[in-house]
Structures are given as structure tokens and as C-alpha cells.
Design a binder for this molecule. Sequence first.
Ligand SMILES: Cc1cc2nc3c(=O)[nH]c(=O)nc-3n(C[C@H](O)[C@H](O)[C@H](O)COP(=O)(O)OP(=O)(O)OC[C@H]3O[C@@H](n4cnc5c(N)ncnc54)[C@H](O)[C@@H]3O)c2cc1C
Length: 358
Amino acid sequence: MSLPRKMLIDGEQETAAAAVEKKYDFDLFVIGAGSGGVRAARTSAGFGAKVAICELPFHPISSEVIGGVGGTCVIRGCVPKKILVYGAQFQGEFEDARNFGWELSDQIDFNWKKLLHNKTQEIVRLNGVYKRLLSNAGVTMIEGEGKIVRADRVEVTQPDGTKQQYSTKHILIATGSRATRVNIPGQELAITSDEALSLDELPKHVVVLGGGYIAVEFASIWRGMGAKVDVLYRKELPLRGFDDEMRAVVARNLEGRGINLHPGKNIVELSKTEEGIRVLMDNGDVIMADTVLFATADVKHGYPMRHLTQSLHGQTIHTPSAWACRVDLVLWWRWEGIAGSGLLGMSGHGWSTEVGAK
Ligand SMILES: Cc1cc2nc3c(=O)[nH]c(=O)nc-3n(C[C@H](O)[C@H](O)[C@H](O)COP(=O)(O)OP(=O)(O)OC[C@H]3O[C@@H](n4cnc5c(N)ncnc54)[C@H](O)[C@@H]3O)c2cc1C
């Protein structure tokens, strides 16, 4: 007698579950179309889920209101940076070529504006490619700023200010992070990697703060294009976290290229003078530069974190600067407690594109 009864209950449950499923506009709503968001949206849609993704309008320099499908890697990170790296490599190639019998004229001109124009063309193209990848996978794309208003509801503010809400079974926060300036007097005189990829003029003398891969790459780019470059970082060697032997080789190679390294140094103040930006170091030394890049690992979380804090009825979420997984756990737990449903995840920020996509 108990078996038919049990089967009936199972049947009832399925019907109830199907009814719950039906009330959502989407199975998954992804906020942020960078490496992580695009990958998650495409993969989920490939498994048959009804997926939406929202992303801020396109612009090469990110802010609270602009971004673009493709995210940091495609628009303001890996791709444009690699284009500049390739561009900078040619100077050494020309020198080598002369030694291998190539007759090059003494005056070889470099056109920074042309390189930047071509770089922008390429990221516009890739932005289109990413949009096509999403639409071909059946993902609904919505332009605007996403904000979680309930554990199963996302509100998107479109560029014209119109607000639209969508119900969803799962939410993925894939908003990445943004580069920030170090909090010192005169910080507004410095640029971050966002602006470094879109400078109107090629700098003549740059001071780079930071010893990570972004700092090292930009130092090499600008040096390769003929600028004088000083790099300051806190440790003895650049590239903290990488193999020590390799770090020493990189340091030697950077110096070999004519980059001035300042290990164990920091910037304490920037000020504007008629000769350029006065960079005051913590040992009292001063360097004059026309461009200062903050390439520190300090990252600012995407603004949905701020919205989330509001949505959580005043509960504060403490977000460790880099550990996305820990953030994920905190959010998951908090939301379960409040709404009893909704899956929140977070893509990798400040790490590599691969981490983001995972
Ligand atoms: C200069 C630079 C060079 C780099 N070079 C490399 C490299 O060579 N190799 C490598 O592997 N990695 C590199 N990275 C790191 C890589 O870019 C990131 O790890 C990766 O982009 C992270 O992906 P993500 O999806 O987590 O975030 P993102 O790519 O930042 O995507 C997040 C998206 O969310 C959007 N967004 C934010 N808030 C909202 C909102 N409320 N509503 C809607 N959309 C929102 C943003 O506009 C953004 O497009 C580089 C990074 C930088 C800055």
C-alpha cells in the first residue's frame, strides 16, 4: 500500500517543482560579461538552461557605468596589452636585423597613435565576436547595470535609465574587479592600467609602482618604445609568487633593457610641478616623470558588491581582497539564511583570465 502512495507524492512533488520552475524568466542570470560570465553563460546555455547576461555599455576605460562584453581581458587587459607588447618588441628586432645583414635606414619612425587606433579596432572587433558567441549560444544579452534586488530577482538599469526586473532561479555575480589608485597625496596624478592602454601620447619618462606582471609588462612596453622607465616595488625582486630563480633572471633582463629598478621602495607622495610629476619615494629620493602608473595588486570589487550589501538589509559582507571563493561562501551562506534560495557565485578577479573563466 505504501508504494503507490509514495509514487503519488513523488508525482505531486514534480508537478510542484515544475510550477516553481515556470515562474522564473530565466534559469540563470549572469551579471557581468567578462571571461567568467561569458564562459558560465555559454556553458549553461549549452546544457539547455535559459540564460540571460547583463553587461555595461562598451568603453575601453572602465568605470561604474561603462564596461563592455568581453570584460577586462578583451577590452582593458590581456588582449590590448599583448598588442602593445608585440608593438614594443620590434625595436630590438630592428637592431638584431641590422646585425644579420638587413639594411634599414637610420631613422625608423614609430607611430603611437596608429598603434592605439589599430588596438582599439581590434577590441571593437572582439567585442562583436563575444556578442555573437553569446547570441549563437542562445543567451539573452541585456545592456545595463545589474543589481540583485532579491535572491531570485535582478534589476537592470539600461543606459537610458529604464529599469527592468527579471526573475531567475540562479544568479552568478561575475563582475570582476577594477584597478585602483594607492591612497597617497596626489594619487589623482597617477594612472591605472585602464588609462595606460589608451594614452594619447607615448610617455617620455614613466614611474611604475608595483612589481607584478602588469607592472613588468608595461615597463617593458614603454621601454621598448623608447621611454625612460623606473619601477618601484616593495620586495627584493619583482614578480612575487613566481619562482625565485626566474624572478632574478627577469630583474636582470629588465635592467639589461635599460629599466631602472628600485627594490624595497614605495611612493609616498605625488605632486604636479612645471617640470612634470614629482614622485617622492619613501627614502626621500625624488624622480621627475610625465606619467606614473599604479600597477599594484590592489583591486576594487565591482559595484554589485555595494548593491548586495544594501540588498542584504544592512548586513556587512567582509570581502577579502582576492579570495573570490571565500567571498562566494559568505554570500551563499548569507543568502540562504535570508531567502532560502538563489545561487551566488563569483568569478576570479585580479587573477588570470583562466581563473575568471573557471
Ligand atoms: C592590464 C591587464 C592585463 C592582463 N593580462 C592578462 C594576461 O595576459 N593573461 C591573463 O590570463 N589574464 C590577464 N589579466 C587578468 C584578466 O583580465 C582577468 O583575470 C579576467 O578578465 C577576470 O575575468 P572576470 O570575468 O572575473 O572579470 P572581468 O573580465 O573584469 O569582467 C567583469 C565584467 O562585469 C562587468 N560589470 C561589473 N559590474 C557590473 C554590473 N553591475 N552590471 C553589469 N555588468 C557589470 C564589467 O563591466 C566587466 O565587463 C590582465 C588584467 C589586466 C588589468
